[in-house]
Design a protein. Structure first.
Length: 387
């Protein structure tokens, strides 16, 4: 399994240590150069410490990856047992979904976000678990800031050993004639041996570590993507969509228009009844007063009739107002439809941006690989030239 691939580093490290000890005569009992052995051991100890730190980070990353796999399998099993019913009700109250501290903290934040944005029609559709449990979380757990620089560090140690060995050899090399120079060739070759050994296992460790690191991170990212896909399918809370929100607004506006129409009908009916009642009262009152006071109340009757006509005009104005409100509701409906079209265009534009972002990331990755290849080729050519 890719997650256990970093054990190869321990095996390679043991092989290199044994090889260095053998070349320096420790295993055979013939020590050729004590300084060379000390320098190689110091470099190997430093590399061993770096490997231990990386192994600890890989172990933490593996635990998180295994837990994501376990939870993913559990969600699939429960979803199947529930006959395809959403499992959010079982995990919405900050249930102990993960054993890992990092994953549980991220899940708790997600639950709080869902509660703060949830309504009667569902949760905010923009709230996704991928905002909290993502590749950035895996990078922090796996100490990506440290491991991403390990390959360059190992190569740098090899180059440092090269210059250190050459400095030792040249520092011990002296002489003015061929006889003294031939006596000091051994020290020069001893320094070059240090340079050669450190360069070889520095570059070898760098190449192997880079392959192991990329394989482990790739495996973790694949498990994360699969887990998020399963969670969205089985346990993600239902959210309302923008088209549902628009439809609700249209229903509300239609209901308001119906209410205004009913009010208009009531006003029309009441106005007609009130007008007829006033006219009857006016006629009866005028007749009685005409008998009593004759023509003086004829004017009063005309005034009351005018009041009834004014009330009828008021009812007509109310009807016109309702028609204007109905037209306004229709305008609002058209505006809502236009907004829906704009939102669809924005979603399409966001998809195009995502594709361009992916293409740019792929291009950057290819450029990085090409530059690394050129640097490695340059190092090989320089080593050949120095030899």
């Amino acid at each position: 399994m890719k997650s256990r691939l970093y054990y190869v580093l321990y095996f390679l490290y043991a092989v290199v240590v044994a090889f260095v000890l053998y070349l320096n005569g420790v295993l055979t009992g013939e020590w050729s150069s004590y300084p060379n052995l000390v320098i190689n051991l110091v470099f190997l100890v430093i590399i061993g410490i770096l490997f231990v730190i990386s192994s600890v980070s890989f172990g933490r990353l593996n635990r998180v990856t295994y837990e994501l796999e376990d939870v993913m399998l559990r969600l699939r099993k429960e979803y199947k047992e529930a006959s395809g019913k959403n499992l959010w009700e079982n995990y919405k109250d900050n249930a102990k979904l993960f054993e890992s501290k990092e994953l549980q903290q991220a899940y708790d934040k997600y639950c709080l976000r869902v509660k703060s944005t949830r309504t009667k029609r569902g949760a905010d559709p923009s709230c996704d678990l991928g905002e909290y449990i993502n590749e950035d979380l895996l990078d922090r757990v796996g100490m990506n800031f440290f491991n991403s620089g390990m390959s360059g560090t190992l190569t740098g140690l090899g180059i440092l050993g090269t210059f250190l060995g050459l400095s030792m050899g040249l520092g011990a090399f002296s002489g003015d004639d061929i006889f003294t120079i031939s006596d000091n060739v051994g020290s020069l070759l001893s320094g070059m041996k240090v340079a050669f050994h450190t360069s070889v296992y520095g570059i070898l460790f760098s190449l192997v570590f880079n392959v192991v690191y990329r394989s482990i991170m790739s495996d973790a990212y694949e498990v994360l993507d699969e887990f998020l896909s399963v969670f969205r399918q089985t346990a993600q809370p239902f959210g309302f969509k923008e088209d549902e929100n628009a439809a609700t607004m249209l229903v509300y506006q239609a209901g308001m228009a119906n209410s205004l129409k009913q009010m208009l009908e009531l006003l029309k009916g009441n106005a007609a009844e009130q007008t007829a009642g006033v006219e009857r009262i006016v006629d009866k009152f005028t007749a009685q007063m005409q008998t009593a006071l004759d023509t003086d109340f004829q004017k009063l009757g005309n005034t009351l009739k005018s009041a009834g006509e004014s009330q009828a005009v008021s009812a007509k104005n109310a009807a016109e107002m309702v028609e204007a409100v109905t037209a306004l509701v229709e305008v609002n409906r058209n505006v809502q439809e236009a907004l829906l079209k704009v939102m669809e265009r924005q979603e399409a534009f966001a998809g195009e941006l995502a594709e361009q972002k992916k293409m740019l990331a792929d291009a950057c990755s290819d450029m990085s690989d090409e530059i690394s290849s050129q640097i490695f080729t340059f190092e090989q050519m320089r080593n050949l030239y120095e030899k």
